[in-house]
Design a protein around this ligand. Structure first.
Ligand code: AQP
Length: 333
């Protein structure tokens, strides 16, 4: 269901400003948004309301939010082709989340694996907001009538819940909400942690060596890859039984665009140390221009603030219309 005047399908996605962005956020999400920005009508957001579901530092949060926006722009998102904004600048996100809360069964949200992982043993003391995170995420997506949600593999379950919520709403109140689909690219969908390649690379991992941050210096990148966990074998090839090596090869594949066969031929007869050096080189080469642009944007925020202000204005215009349809359908007002 495209809205009148809308020629392309709409994509919506976001990243939460919960720490330095890492290679997983870039390869699993942001890079794909950039590569496909001409294929969709794009809405991208820094989801700061998600950030406050766990304890955060108010003194640094605004800068952390701008930092994520600066990475979006440095990576190549073009404000002429995308709406870029900060979630908390558009109050309709919180309003729609409340209304969706009232049609979402507790059991659906209780099954979310990310909540189970993030709450751990502290299930009784974490915030209601952390539990409700996926409903807010559904509101983010549904507000913009998004058809596709380009995300990494870890967010698939949340997008499926969003679909279930939209369908439940439409069954009860009529065909009001667009039911979106997750868009998960095969390559780069799940970049694993460097210290434990059985868990995903994450901002909130307390070990900074587990991830390559987008702002890391070449020296730090080399050091982190050199120390990445592998195994006691020697052959360099893709093998799900050897997650450390396969993760490094996967990063190399995403950065170079080579096929698995080309990569295995390239590394035939070479040792793990050689692979680690080449993955580091490819990463440094890919990140260097982004880092330069990111630093420029952060050194004078005037332009970035104007992009976010005009993005919020455009986002509000779309969101207001969706919220009005929802109010009408629910008999509010
Ligand atoms: N390891 C990953 N590999 C591929 N994609 C990933 N993404 C996150 N980690 C990986 C994708 O990045 C986008 C933004 O994610 P987010 O910040 O909103 O939340 P997240 O998925 O919970 O990411 P993090 O980095 O692990 O943050 P924390 O530790 O704060 O929870 C999403 O599209 C996600 O799929």
């Amino acid at each position: 269901m495209k809205q009148p005047g809308q020629s392309r399908r709409r994509a919506f996605s976001g990243v939460q400003p919960s720490g330095g962005l890492h290679l997983g956020n870039y390869l699993g999400a942001i890079r794909n948004w950039v590569l496909h920005q001409d294929d969709f009508d794009n809405v991208f957001c820094v989801v700061d309301l998600h950030r406050v579901t766990v304890p955060h530092d108010p003194a640094t949060q605004r800068t952390a939010t701008r930092d994520v926006a600066a990475w979006y722009l440095a990576a190549g998102l073009d404000p002429g082709r995308c709406i870029l904004f900060v979630q908390s600048h558009v109050s309709a996100h919180s309003e729609l989340a409340w209304l969706l809360n009232c049609v979402t069964p507790m059991g659906w949200v209780g099954r979310m694996t990310q909540f189970k992982e993030k709450s751990g043993a502290a299930r009784e003391s974490v915030s209601v907001g952390l539990f409700d995170y996926p409903v807010l995420m559904a509101a983010d997506i549904l507000l913009y009538d998004a058809h596709v949600v380009p995300v990494g593999d870890d967010q698939k379950q949340h997008v499926e819940l969003c679909r279930d919520i939209a369908q439940a709403f439409n069954r009860r109140f009529g065909p009001v909400l667009v039911v979106p689909e997750p868009l998960i690219r095969e390559v780069g969908a799940r970049i694993m942690s460097l210290d434990d390649p059985t868990s995903k690379m994450s901002k909130s991992n307390p070990n900074p060596r587990s991830r390559i941050e987008l702002g890391d210096s070449p020296k730090t990148i080399r050091k982190k890859f050199a120390r990445a966990t592998t195994d006691s074998l020697t052959e360099v090839r893709f093998d799900p039984e050897r997650p450390g090596i396969t993760n490094l090869l996967g990063i190399f594949r995403t950065l170079t665009g080579w096929s698995e066969a080309q990569i295995e031929a390239h590394f035939a007869g070479k040792l793990y140390g050689h692979l680690k050096k080449e993955v580091a080189d490819a990463t440094i080469q890919a990140l260097e221009p982004l880092q330069r642009r990111h630093d420029e944007l952060m050194s004078d925020l005037t332009w970035l603030e104007s992009v976010l202000a005009s993005g919020a204005e455009r986002a509000r215009t779309i969101a207001r219309k969706t919220l009005a349809r929802v109010h009408e359908a629910m008999g509010l007002g």
